[in-house]
Design a protein around this ligand. Structure first.
Ligand code: ZN
Length: 370
């Protein structure tokens, strides 16, 4: 068998590359991306999946029994005592107070929704103390933290938030030196539980529009490789989009008098406004269209975020269209045939297409016969 050539660097290599990022629920895999490009481009997937408007849809729409979603940034809740409690936004936008320990004066105070959270926290700290690595824990300095906090933000990872490096050190020191007693207290006492009747959650999230757009271009480019084969996208006419995805950003000049503008590279990707409604899937989808002057893609994520991607400007003059759909719950993916595409378009937009709903079955029969 011929060795696969990487569609990004054109060197040989294969790795498991998800066309729609796994973090967005995709489970369709390509083999024509080398390991180093796969790794290098994971930050682009991450920006799209965690630090973009799409990330909010992901957390809101992924079913509770699907994979665990992750939102970038921090979410917090200020309790009655003024403590800033770390909150995780779970699937279906369900907020949950994370297991955490504060140092208030010389007292440690733990908070979690249940004993499971406290058990996880205990086993994590036990492990760090046994390995002698507790003092290596990542510290985030944030002036708003009047009491330093030890937060479990994933089941296998913690970090400290504190106003100063000294107060973070003090918290870790109290944990380390008094751990045996603290652990006993945590195991026997009731978990501090505060009721929040009108909770308001503060979310701090950093949007990365240039990386978000590159992530979208990557999905369109890889869907092209999936549907037309890797040789097709290795053609030189795809070099500009290839370079763009790999990081060749060219930011436009911004008029200094226009204080509202941001420099965003929109050579290849544009977000479509809400008046755009060629809806072909409620999931993730890519509609590829080739015209004599070029190839472009319409990428939709969660059935609501629409982007137009210019993939290649000069082609051989072929005209074709392909449509691919990816589930956002890691279960299915597949090509929508033109009949299926027509059925969805007719059923969803009969008015826009000036079709009487009663005629749809007959129209579909006619299309089938063609
Ligand atoms: Zn490569």
């Amino acid at each position: 068998m011929e060795p696969e050539i990487c569609i990004y660097c054109k060197q040989s290599g294969t790795s498991r590359e998800h066309v729609a990022p796994s973090s967005l629920g995709g489970n369709c895999v390509l083999r024509c991306v080398c390991e180093s490009c796969n790794k290098a481009l994971s930050s682009v997937d991450q920006a799209l999946a965690e630090n973009s408007p799409v990330a909010l849809s992901k957390v809101g729409l992924t079913p509770a029994d699907a994979f665990t979603t992750r939102l970038g940034g921090d979410a917090s809740l200020t309790d009655a005592a003024g403590l800033s409690l770390g909150v995780r936004i779970k699937n279906q936008m369900k907020p949950e107070v994370q297991p955490q320990i504060f140092l208030i004066g010389n007292q440690l105070q733990a908070t979690a929704v249940d004993r499971d959270g406290i058990s996880q926290l205990i086993s994590y700290i036990d492990k760090q103390i046994n390995q002698g690595t507790l003092s290596n824990i990542w510290v985030k300095i944030d002036a708003t933290f009047t009491a330093p906090r030890f937060l479990m933000h994933r089941s296998n990872d913690c970090f400290v938030s504190a106003a100063t490096a000294e107060s973070a050190k003090r918290l870790l020191n109290v944990l380390q030196t008094q751990w045996t007693d603290v652990k006993k207290g945590l195991q026997s006492n009731e978990v501090a539980h505060t009721e929040h009747h009108r909770p308001s959650i503060l979310m701090k999230m950093t949007f990365q529009p240039n990386d978000e757009f590159r992530g979208v271009a990557k999905i369109a480019f890889e869907t092209t490789a999936l549907l037309r084969g890797s040789q097709f996208v290795l053609r030189p006419s795809f070099d500009p989009i290839r370079e763009y995805i790999k990081g060749d950003l060219r930011l436009p000049d911004i008029d200094p008098a226009d204080s509202e503008s941001l420099a965003i590279d929109q050579r290849f990707v544009q977000r479509m406004g809400k008046d755009f409604s060629l809806k072909f899937t409620d999931q993730h989808g890519v509609l590829l269209m080739a015209f004599p002057f070029g190839i472009f893609a319409l990428v939709v994520l969660y059935g609501m975020h629409y982007y137009k991607v210019g993939l290649a400007t000069v082609q051989d003059g072929d005209t074709w269209m392909r449509c691919y759909e990816f589930s956002y719950a890691k279960d299915t993916h597949g090509e929508l045939n033109s009949l299926e595409f027509a059925r969805r378009a007719l059923e969803r937009f009969p008015d826009q297409l000036s079709i009487n709903k009663e005629n749809i079955p007959r129209l579909l029969e006619l299309l089938k016969e063609k």
